[in-house]
Design a protein around this ligand. Sequence first.
Ligand code: ATP
Ligand code: MG
Length: 366
Amino acid sequence: MHSPNQPNPAFAIDVRGLDQFYGETPVLRGIDFRLDRGRTLALLGPSGCGKTTLLRLIAGLLPPTRGSIGIDGKAMADAATGAFVPPERRGLGMVFQDYALWPHMSVAENVGFPLEMLRIGKQERTRRVLAALARVSLEGLAGRRPSDLSGDQQQRVAIARAIVAEPRIVLFDEPLSNLDRELRESLVGEIARLVSSLGLTAVYVTHDHSEAFTLADEVAVMQGGEIAQLASPQKLVEAPASLAIAEFLKLGASADAIWQDGLWRLAGTGIVIPGPSDIPASRVMRVMFARKALRAAPPGEGTMDGTVTQAQFRGEGYALSIGLDGAGPPVSVQMMSEARYRAGDRIGLVVEPNGLRWFAAEESQQ
Ligand SMILES: Nc1ncnc2c1ncn2[C@@H]1O[C@H](COP(=O)(O)OP(=O)(O)OP(=O)(O)O)[C@@H](O)[C@H]1O
Ligand SMILES: [Mg+2]
């Protein structure tokens, strides 16, 4: 058994009880997680929630106010003992949003820089630099300057530089957010393949849930300096821990449901939907319709009826927004339909009970 104060060598990263203050301002609270070797963890959350701060703590660019960080069983930082290993001795690779390449150096010199720091000889350096460039499909560009490269090529250079010294762990801070959507989508797949073919452990910061879901084995959803939920992408979608998380992940549209005469009804519509048998004292809950919870039917033949307010073709079908019939405040839901609908069309909706997510109503205030 290892002592409770020592990082557990079974994990690549072992973070315990981290609190971070900038001056008097708390920025991270009670961050606690362990990451297995060879796994990718995404830190996902809105701007200002503390993602970069947590990454900087792991990297060693910042000492923690409270708590400890272990890598491969060794204490990298521990506020209680004052232990602190500087970034260059943590054996990590890092990739940032703004590439951070040196403009006066060639691509090869940029990529080879970490090896120079390690005093690796020229011949071995050249060999490793070319191998790293090949990994990111930049074989032919070793002699160019960063300014002669496109944004995605510059980021590939930064990725090559991050892996050239063969670290076991690579940290990414929103590496794709300066690229346009198409490049982002192809590069995220490439990063995933690279990380898995090198057997790397990775921590990947993003505010884009689809990026996190594509790449990560586990996702830590961060809100206001805390990890609100840490789970696999599938678990997050199936069982988001709160309405705020479900809304951040854009899992569907939500509405109030009211318990009346022994039935759950959508507020303002009178529509009866299947719901939990555990009735809260307030008799009100918030229900979210995951996209797959709804199936189109002819008007009058589903659980509820409505009018299509928006229809966008998305390759795999039509993304529909539907305003439900009812006297009260408008309730709008979204779904995918293979059949074509236009704004203004009447539509019936069949509700699949296992696609509904129920939350305490108090949470809907945020
Ligand atoms: N050096 C600093 N001094 C004081 N406050 C800081 C400092 N760096 C960050 N903060 C504050 O800490 C909070 C968390 O910042 P952080 O950069 O970690 O967020 P983030 O999740 O990475 O956001 P973004 O998505 O915008 O990059 C923010 O409120 C930010 O203003
Ligand atoms: Mg950030």
